[in-house]
Write a protein that binds this ligand. Structure first.
Ligand SMILES: C[S@@+](CC[C@H](N)C(=O)[O-])C[C@H]1O[C@@H](n2cnc3c(N)ncnc32)[C@H](O)[C@@H]1O
Length: 428
């Protein structure tokens, strides 16, 4: 390996979903942020670890054909995106390879992974929380810190432009009226309506409240509601319009408050639901348990699409279950019931033939895997936001009587390291 003044020439063989290219120097793996497979680079090693090193690009010698010019000035600074320097098609390949790598790691070598489904990557997020800083600034907090990464003129390329315009107008009032500890959560419906939740360190006077309403609703006709919350009280007060957003999505009429959990990418979520729907349709199930159901979107949408089947949703979050029940009633769905509680505590005698699992990033506990193998449903549809824990849990299920039938990555979070994967497992 030619080395001069600590600069080493390498070629990048692979890229992980965090946008880190992989090169080898004297047999040891070096991760190089923001590189692309096929790049020839001069790099410098910045940190040595026992089994790998970290490096940085000094000179781009020959760029990979996957490279594109990043279309956001904040790329590499704000920490939100990891894949804005490669084409969107290459991103799909990288994410598919991430799933394949995770499966291999757990011994699942012969599984075929479908191509990644790719919703539009531009300004897709329908919800964001922005922090207001001093002197009219606003932006995100750097990961695990209180340092504000300010969003400049073009805002954040993941968000509707209007989110940053509203935050900018709110920040001007915050700065002028001396408010402290303010953040603004924005949620946009698929039709473009926006509701805004302002979290304030202390109660604003009536005059300041009026200023906020004028700046936010007066200047942005799509804003249909403004809600304030003081401190962490979680007590919300509507100061303009409606505090609930009406949303027509997945063939359902839904009502969302600013805080209730909902998929952040409408098009990506529709794609994901279509995969669940197709897998479910192939199984011929009659009773489905939607575990870790959150506000119940998968179960509700399937209950509408399969009116002759029965559904049961469970989630530990009582607020989410309240929303799920309200939305079931709103849509007149009588074939779905929701319960608040630990998903692994499946009631005695209950034996669904299809289980949908959508756990948090950490995946399923041993108790959850044990509960599943206690009832042995014919089919399991596993929706996962972490390929690593998905592969770990899928491997456990394959040791306990299941085979993996199909794996589909869905690029729910374009340009970032994150994604969803939908896996169909069936009894052998
Ligand atoms: C990835 S989210 C699923 C969201 C949901 N499927 C949706 O699309 O709206 C994971 C959910 O798991 C729930 N959860 C976490 N631990 C749980 C447990 N032990 N039992 C039941 N639900 C749990 C969380 O409250 C959260 O709603």
């Amino acid at each position: 390996m030619a080395e001069e003044n600590g600069v080493i020439r390498v070629s990048i063989s692979d890229v992980n979903s965090r946008g880190q290219g992989v090169a080898k120097v004297d047999g040891k793996v070096v991760f190089v942020p923001f590189s692309a497979a096929g790049d020839a680079l001069d790099i410098r090693v910045t940190k040595e670890h026992k089994n790998f090193s970290e490096g940085e690009v000094v000179i781009m010698v020959e760029p990979s054909g996957d490279r594109i010019a990043p279309d956001c000035p904040m790329f590499g600074k704000c920490g939100g995106c990891s894949l804005r320097h490669v084409s969107y098609e290459a991103e799909g390949r990288i994410k598919k390879a991430t799933v394949e790598g995770a499966l291999r790691r757990f011994g699942l070598r012969d599984v075929t992974v479908n191509g990644t489904l790719l919703p539009r990557p531009e300004r897709y997020r329908n919800k964001a929380t922005l922090r207001i800083g001093d002197n009219g600034s606003f932006g995100y907090y750097e990961k695990s810190t209180n340092t504000l990464v300010q969003l400049g003129g073009t805002g954040c390329a993941l968000l509707p432009e209007e989110f940053c315009e509203i935050a900018r107008d709110a920040a001007a009032v915050v700065s002028r009226d001396g408010l402290r500890d303010v953040s603004v959560t924005l949620r946009r419906s698929a039709d473009g309506e926006i509701i805004v939740l302002l979290t304030l360190g202390e109660a604003p006077g009536a005059a300041v409240e009026g200023d906020l309403v004028r700046a936010i609703a007066g200047g942005h006709e799509n804003v249909t509601g403004i809600v304030v919350e003081i401190g962490r009280s979680r007590r919300e007060r509507v100061i303009f319009g409606s505090g609930v957003m009406e949303l027509r999505q997945f063939g359902l009429d839904l009502a969302l408050s600013p805080r209730s959990f909902f998929q952040v990418n409408y098009e990506g979520a529709e794609m994901l639901l279509d995969v669940i729907d197709r897998y479910a349709g192939e199984t011929g199930f009659s009773e489905c348990a939607d575990l870790f159901c959150g506000t119940g979107v998968w179960g509700l949408a399937l209950a509408k699409r399969f009116p002759e089947k029965r559904f049961y949703g469970a989630d530990i979050d009582r607020g989410a279950i309240r929303d799920a029940k309200e939305n079931a009633a709103r849509n007149g769905l009588r074939n779905v019931k929701f319960f608040a509680g630990d998903a692994s505590r499946i009631p005695e005698g209950y034996a669904p033939d299809l289980v949908i699992l959508d756990p948090p990033r950490k995946g399923c506990s041993d108790g959850m895997i044990g509960a599943l193998t206690g009832i042995m449903p014919e089919d399991i549809i596993y929706v996962s936001c972490d390929p690593f824990t998905m592969a770990r849990d899928a491997a456990k299920l394959t040791e306990r009587g299941y085979v993996i039938k199909e794996v589909t990555p869905v690029n729910m979070f374009p340009r970032t390291e994150h994604m969803e994967t939908v896996v169909l497992l069936s009894r052998k």
